[in-house]
Design a protein around this ligand. Structure first.
Ligand code: SF4
Length: 302
């Protein structure tokens, strides 16, 4: 029996957001989902509220005429669902070596080259996916949490609740200073924390966190302690956290730091370093916490 948690296949490492002739929809063999995840690129314009130092989206040139067309997305999603259901996906070269049990569709993920909740008409896009996806297949939102307080987004989340929805929200720091270093946004850390806490009160969330070495140094023990405290604060405010996923950089970042490519200064933690963080967070919070190693981070597709 294939152990989906332990083994990493070449197809697990590949997360291209451009698939054949599709513009907005792409398939991913997802280790976290334990099967196929169909991604929707809600931000072909690459807009994001963050500018993470580990981001793998190339923003050195901005795309021309790149917008999210709901009708195109629906047609492509229907075509991709047909490919998975008919077995045509498994016959493609990149999936040919994948065991059959991992070619089952597990979720449709709202993700992309930026922050999905920035899409005008976010709620409408959620409604489309809820209508088209098979019942029982999860509807995931992979988000940086910056927009979770917007009315439009809350409408979309309510639709998700009625259609096997799950929110995977980013938290990369425990202190404002480290948050600014890693996620590089003008948004106050307090607003992100408030959004996470408010959201987790209504919808149980999965926290996704990326830790790495910056100029050779990983996060300090104090930072991981502060990060654990932020998780505990969400719980203390009656929030519900289903799981904490801790990962490190899996591929060379495309971001720039002081005009230089980020891969000069941003590198992966070792498996042992990641496990030490996981154990510390587990111990401090008693939350189910998993580590995802350098060969494959959590489903952070940004
Ligand atoms: S990693 Fe995700 S949240 Fe961060 S800048 Fe890239 S797309 Fe935005």
């Amino acid at each position: 029996m294939f152990d989906a948690m332990k083994q990493v296949l070449p197809a697990h490492r590949a997360h291209p957001r451009q698939f054949e002739d599709f513009k907005l929809v792409y398939p991913v063999l997802s280790r976290r989902s334990g099967g196929i995840s169909i991604g929707l690129n809600m931000n072909p314009d690459r807009k994001c509220s963050f500018n993470c130092i580990y981001c793998q989206v190339d923003r050195s040139s901005m795309p021309v005429n790149a917008w999210f067309d709901l009708a195109v997305a629906e047609n492509e999603l229907r075509a991709m669902l047909d490919m998975v259901e008919s077995g045509a996906l498994g016959k493609l070269s990149q999936f040919r070596e994948v065991p059959e049990e991992l070619l089952q569709l597990k979720d449709v993920a709202l993700s992309g080259d930026g922050e999905p909740t920035l899409l005008p008409g976010f709620a409408e896009a959620v409604e489309m996916v809820a209508r088209v996806k098979p019942t029982g297949v999860k509807l995931l939102l992979i988000t940086d949490a910056a927009g979770l307080d917007r009315a439009e987004v809350k409408r979309g989340l309510a639709t998700m609740d009625a259609h096997d929805g799950e929110i995977w929200a980013k938290l990369d720091a425990g202190t404002e200073e480290y948050f600014k270093l890693i996620d590089r946004t003008s948004m106050p850390f307090a607003r992100i924390l408030k959004n996470l806490a408010e959201c987790a009160k209504v919808h149980p969330i999965v926290i996704q966190s990326m830790f790495m070495k910056v100029y050779g140094h990983g996060p300090s023990a104090e930072e991981i302690g502060a990060y654990s405290d932020r998780l505990l604060e969400i719980l203390a405010a009656n929030g519900s956290i289903k799981q904490v996923q801790i990962g490190t950089v899996a591929r060379a970042p495309m971001a720039t730091i002081n005009g230089r490519p980020a891969w000069h200064s941003v590198t992966a933690l070792s498996d042992a370093e990641l496990d030490a963080i996981r154990d510390c967070v587990r111990h401090r919070t008693c939350l189910p916490t998993e580590s995802y190693y350098g060969g494959h981070g959590p489903e952070n597709r940004g």
